[in-house]
Design a binder for this molecule. Structure first.
Ligand code: CP
Length: 319
């Protein structure tokens, strides 16, 4: 695992399956120790800067709690209070912060800027850079999702996973969660279905890479615009769509997509042991019925909890 020290965590595309497996093992070990109250002072006296351009509940708090549990210090930075507001560039911010501490994590979901910002930081930081979500990738969520799926299904081969999702590149909103999932899950031999209404396409390069990953690793990947087909016999469903953005996004009219809400009737079409996942926050009522998200098939809280263990796993390996 020492060979991962110093590695950036910007996208799981840069991590091999062996490295991701190492990360899953470290996360599971840290989870077990957390439950048993075994101290894990892996990062004593280390300072990690957490820069947020946007709001967060899970990401910020899993990182802050995780750093404390590893014996380090988290320095939360609301970027609106930094000189970034006066135009200070990523290069200078990275050089300065990395000279003060041991790692920098950043959430910047600005469309066509966030990923570039993180890469600019990585090119200029003397410490590893961690992506806490950008416009293209959410690797912390992706690895927590993978851990959660593997806890439920240790063998992921041929698992039918349906990502039912309706964001669109043209809407200039972050597409990081479905994009991360479609690239990652076929690498673990899952049979991935991406379902969305026409007009909500993810970028061509991502679809091509998902298809290539499926071929290379022995998984599956296909697209459908028929939502019921995505639910049918699914082992895992990950519906997350227009609901949470509709009030803020002039391109999305909630009425147009109200049928894409996850309801009990649709869940009944899935496998009898289907699991419902959601990165959260969920727009209850608009994108999912309470009876589903609070029901027996929902594993959203396990998924959210795993954000802590996987964040610690990432930091324990790269810092
Ligand atoms: N899933 C997720 O990233 O949650 P937050 O936006 O609350 O961090």
């Amino acid at each position: 695992a020492g060979r991962l020290k110093g590695k950036d965590f910007i996208t799981l595309r840069d991590w091999t399956n062996d490295e991701i497996n190492m990360l899953l093992d470290a996360s599971a070990d840290l989870k077990r120790k957390f439950y048993m109250d075994i101290p894990t002072p892996i990062l004593p006296y280390k300072t990690i800067f957490l820069m947020f351009f946007e709001q967060s509940t899970r990401t910020r708090n899993s990182m802050e709690a995780g750093i404390a549990q590893l014996g380090g210090h988290a320095n939360f930075l609301d970027t609106s209070t930094m000189q970034i507001s006066h135009g200070e560039v990523a290069r200078d911010t990275a050089k300065i912060l990395s000279s003060y501490g041991h790692g920098i994590a950043c959430r910047n979901c600005n469309w066509q800027e966030g990923n570039k910002y993180l890469n600019d930081m990585a090119a200029n930081s003397s410490t590893p850079i961690m992506n806490l979500q950008c416009d293209l990738f959410h690797p912390m969520q992706g690895i927590a999702d993978l851990m959660t799926i593997k806890e439920k299904h240790p063998d992921t081969e041929r698992l039918k996973v349906s990502i039912i999702w309706a964001y669109a590149t043209s809407h200039k909103k972050p597409i990081s969660v479905p994009l991360t999932q479609i690239l990652l899950f076929p690498r673990y031999k899952m049979d991935v279905t991406l379902a969305y209404p026409e007009g909500f396409e993810l970028p061509d390069w991502a679809i091509e890479e998902a298809v290539e990953n499926a071929k290379k690793y022995g998984g599956g990947f296909r697209i459908t615009h028929d939502m019921e087909e995505a639910y049918r016999d699914a082992d895992i469903v990950i519906p997350k769509n227009w609901g949470s953005w509709s009030s803020k996004n002039p391109h999305v009219d909630i009425e147009d997509f109200k049928d894409w809400k996850c309801i009990g009737k649709l869940m009944e079409m899935a496998s009898k042991d289907v699991y419902y996942m959601h990165a959260l926050p969920a727009d209850r009522g608009n994108e999912v019925e309470d009876s589903v998200i609070d029901g027996d098939h929902s594993i959203v809280y396990q998924e959210a909890e795993n954000r802590l263990h996987t964040a610690k796993g990432v930091m324990s390996l790269i810092l």
